[in-house]
Design a protein around this ligand. Sequence first.
Ligand code: DUT
Ligand code: MG
Length: 615
Amino acid sequence: MHNGKRSHTPTPTEFTPPIRYATNRSGPVRWLLSHVGRYPLLLLFIFVGALGNAALAAAVPVFLGRAFDAMATSPPRTELLLPAALAILGAQVARSGLQFLRNFSAELVGQRLERDIRDELYASLLGKSMAFHNAQPVGDTMARATNDVREINLMFSPGLLLVVGSAAFLFMPIIVAYRYHPSLVTVPVAFLVSYVVALWRYLRELDPIAAQVRERFGQMNARLAEAIDGIEVVKGTAREEAEVDRFAGLARRFRDAFVQKGDVEARFLPLLFLGLAQGAGFLHALLLFRAGQVALGDVVAYVGLIQLFGFPTFVSLSAYSQVASGLAAARRILELMNRESHVDQNEAGHAAPMRGEIEFRNVSFAYEEGGEPVLTHISFKVHPGQTVAIVGQTGAGKTTLVKLVNRTYDVTAGQVLVDGVDVRDWNLAALREQISIIEQDIFLFSRTIAENIAFGKPDATMDEIVAAAKAAQAHEFIMAFPEGYQTVIGERGVTLSGGQRQRLALARAFLTDPAILILDDSTSAIDSATEDKIQRAIYAAARGRTTLLITHRLSQIRWADLIVVLRKGRIAAIGTHEELLRTSETYRRIFVTLGTPAGTGSGEQRGPEPCVPRA
Ligand code: DUT
Ligand code: MG
């Protein structure tokens, strides 16, 4: 996993995500609506289930009131009790059916939404430019892709499910109480109004805290991911304790935000209103009863109706904060997807089989807009099939230079042309498919060796894979593993050395057979037997295609058709080995340095820098 915050520059993005349906990304609510809008039937079920549930819940006090009245008359009309009891029973059975419908639909919507949003986010992340990924901490992205998406699921079920379900309970007492006596709506209406006002204020208070909880979780996660990613450095420098402290600090900040959220929740006023409404409602009904305006059964029913407020009051405590968390999460996911997302696939661009001619025309490049230029006025031309060695001190800009060819980054000024066409005018996929870059630090996926080799050509047969591995001099060491090509990298401690990784990457290149091969070989610690194998593999790989070779190895430099000597982002010398030996003092010195046993160019990793002494 590559992480870390490197400086960045606006660049193109690489690919058009396979969007299966369009979503509205102009705001979190609209975005969520455009997602749930795909499940209208389920939404209908939620509403029907919620309303029906509330209506049938109100049936209990209503029939109870009737039963009371039947008993209160003299003589008591006991024959009315059974129908009332049966009505209550029937209503509750039907109610459980509706509850099932409501819960099931909400759960389904929540789960589907979680899946859909994860798909959308993943596709969006793959479509982002390198500049985006360099600047965005992996851990934070992970937090958004996992926990935040999960929050949105919870927001619907149980969050919104309970909000919708309980909202129906708020109106039921008002509607039904009116039938007993119009003035009886006073207390329910007063409760409803104060409930809504209190809730509105509660949510306003809760919203920023919910956002903070999500954000701090992301920060904590980013730290964790970075520490684990860099575990070797942490251990190697004995910084475990300091890292633990830093993590603990972030965990504490996350907890504090959470406690703050709990604090706001604890001061939730509707609980108080509920108690007041119960007392006031009972009093009101009794007064009406004393005045002979309502029957005893009506009082019983009415008090039972007021009890219905209990449900929305209690669930709103957690349900609304769930919704607030969900909204905060939606905002974070949306922010990530909307950030720097000009999908510049250049579908209509130039797409043709590549011959492999590369030309740099007065290219300058800076990682940051207006920042220090890393490359300045670079011009040179490579004919199809040629091998170019790029040499220079560390930090001279070698890696940067080659990354301009496949548009990992775009030039700041000037032009890079491939086959005479500006790389920005190429169809991006066509351009990249025909250029293979073997990076300085080679990344392997936690999959089998065969899958790693076939990464750029998933439909390759096993024979093709083996042939490629043989050409890359990798077959032998692969077969030394008990499981050969089916060895899973990273499993049971299987890791590969730098030289082995490089040969796997070469095998990848043999398999995809690119027109242009770029090999960033500047750091490698390899014994001479392996060295020889790699040399042969690289030599074979370079044949028949244009090859840019960043290298410190003298033999490779010597057989290159063209040598570009970079110094502080400028071309210090350029030409063939013989030419440079004759004309360039700088090059002669490199040659001498590299030629001496002490500096064969393949010294220890990050070892003494053998290249380009000061001219
Ligand atoms: N640089 C950045 N941002 C990046 C990468 C590099 O600012 O994302 C800077 C660091 C350095 C310059 O660009 O000052 C050139 O870096 P590059 O990696 O191209 O140097 P190199 O010639 O490949 O060095 P090495 O031999 O150590 O690989
Ligand atoms: Mg480099």
